[in-house]
Design a protein around this ligand. Structure first.
Ligand SMILES: *[C@@H]1O[C@H](CO)[C@@H](O)[C@H](O)[C@H]1NC(C)=O
Ligand SMILES: *[C@@H]1O[C@H](CO)[C@@H](O)[C@H](O)[C@H]1NC(C)=O
Ligand SMILES: CC(=O)N[C@H]1CO[C@H](CO)[C@@H](O)[C@@H]1O
Length: 388
């Protein structure tokens, strides 16, 4: 299938004589993927001679040819976006100041009595904002209301602003050119409303600005998008495409020494459920490791880690190093560009949140090891590797 597309792209690059392509033109056949619209760029508008067209990506796709699927949850619900990355203009204090409807609670599907962000009644210009820490593609937002004192509260309409530096914000504009785009929000306390943007935003900060609210400006939400390079798909721990036998470790912990209570390496799959749902090392020692054989050489661009609980005891790896290899004998410890020492990645802080780390220097390798450096209670891991 890419044949004609490739030909068209090459032809575009080489400025083929018109007539070589039947019904010639850089958009015929359409070089864009995922039903994207191809627009010919007129010569006088072209900044360079290498593209004669642009692909207008449909919702949830990005990349020059709209080849990248880009509508993954960015981590409000899973905790990959940490509390410290979420801030707001104000906080509602309920029940004589004892209930704090804080911004870091504004996570999709959060449960509990106080389970969302609410702006203060006195806040004339409320907003809530996420700092993604680095530039990412953001392609949409999912919003949800909540119940406060058994009354449904939610955002009926809102605007979305974005920024590269956290100081200068711009609002998403309406396609018709009639000013800031007004997004339609929720209609009850629990339903989800998905809004995909007309164009992906390449940004670090995203701000939701309530415009009209039902009772109170109360919100739970998720951001949708992807990493900039597009090479950050899960490599198969969570979805089991990496088989059990390819996940090994230095040792296995058995609760009360019982075989039936083993914390096997192949339990180390992100979000694994059950009583025994993670890998735990036999000893609390920095020589322990967890190894994933990806089956073939893959481009590895990031890692997500998660802790677990053993009969109520919270356990996790708080810091770790990463090593990689093509033959599982000679290992290279990951280092940032120009760094002399192996990188120590920040790990988890609790039994359930996802902690994502992206590699500044992605690597090509078949085997990846996680080398715990610091931990809470026992060395316990659930992981996913990201790449393509
Ligand atoms: C694995 O082999 C590929 C080439 O086949 C090479 O580019 C890559 O750097 C190797 N990775 C390691 C860890 O040696
Ligand atoms: C590992 O690396 C050493 C030194 O670079 C080399 O001599 C040895 O052959 C390598 N072993 C394997 C199995 O590739
Ligand atoms: C003891 C403890 O903090 N347990 C937490 C483990 O994670 C779940 C899911 O996020 C929480 O609900 C528990 O409170």
């Amino acid at each position: 299938m890419p044949g004609p597309r490739l030909l068209a792209a090459l032809c575009g690059a080489l400025l083929c004589a018109s007539g070589l392509l039947a019904f010639s033109g850089p958009c015929n056949p359409n070089p864009c993927y995922n039903d994207a619209e191809c627009q010919v760029i007129k010569d006088e508008h072209r900044g360079d001679i290498f593209t004669q067209y642009i692909c207008k990506c449909p919702h949830g796709y990005t990349g020059v040819h709209c080849e990248i699927t880009c509508a993954m949850p960015l981590g409000m619900e899973t905790g990959a976006i940490s509390d410290s990355q979420i801030s707001a203009s104000s906080v509602y204090l309920g029940f004589m100041g004892l209930q704090r409807w804080a911004p870091e609670l504004a996570r999709l599907h959060r449960t509990g009595i106080v389970n969302a962000w609410t702006a203060s009644n006195y806040d004339k210009n409320p907003w809530i904002q996420v700092n993604l820490v680095r530039k990412m593609w953001v392609t949409g937002v999912v919003t949800q209301g909540a119940s406060r004192a058994s009354n449904a509260e939610y955002l009926k309409t809102f605007k979305v602003a974005y920024s590269l530096n956290g100081r200068k914000f711009q609002f998403i504009q309406s396609a018709e050119g009639s000013g800031d785009k007004l997004f339609v929000g929720n209609t009850d306390n629990s339903g989800l409303k998905v809004n995909l943007f007309d164009f992906p935003l390449e940004v670090q900060y995203v701000r939701l600005v309530p415009i009209t609210c039902h009772r109170g400006c109360t919100l739970r939400f998720e951001l949708l998008g992807c990493e900039l390079n597009g090479c950050a798909e899960p490599l198969g721990m969570k979805d089991n495409t990496i088989p059990d036998r390819q996940i090994t470790a230095s040792s296995i912990y058995r609760t009360w020494g019982l075989n039936a209570f083993s914390w096997y390496p192949f339990y180390a799959r992100l979000d694994k459920q059950g009583k025994f749902n993670a890998w735990t090392a036999q000893t609390n020692d920095a020589s322990e490791w967890l190894q994933v054989d990806l089956g073939t050489q893959r481009q590895v661009t990031g890692i997500i880690t998660q802790g677990a609980r053993d009969f109520g005891h919270i356990q996790y790896v708080a810091a770790y190093k990463v090593a990689y290899s093509n033959n599982s004998m000679n290992w290279t410890e990951y280092r940032d560009q120009g760094a002399l020492d192996s990188k120590i990645f920040p790990g988890n802080l609790d039994n359930n949140s996802h902690k994502k780390n992206m590699f500044e220097m992605p690597f090509l390798a078949r085997f990846v090891r996680v080398l715990p450096v610091a931990w809470h209670n026992r060395i316990t891991l659930r992981v996913e590797l990201l790449g393509c």
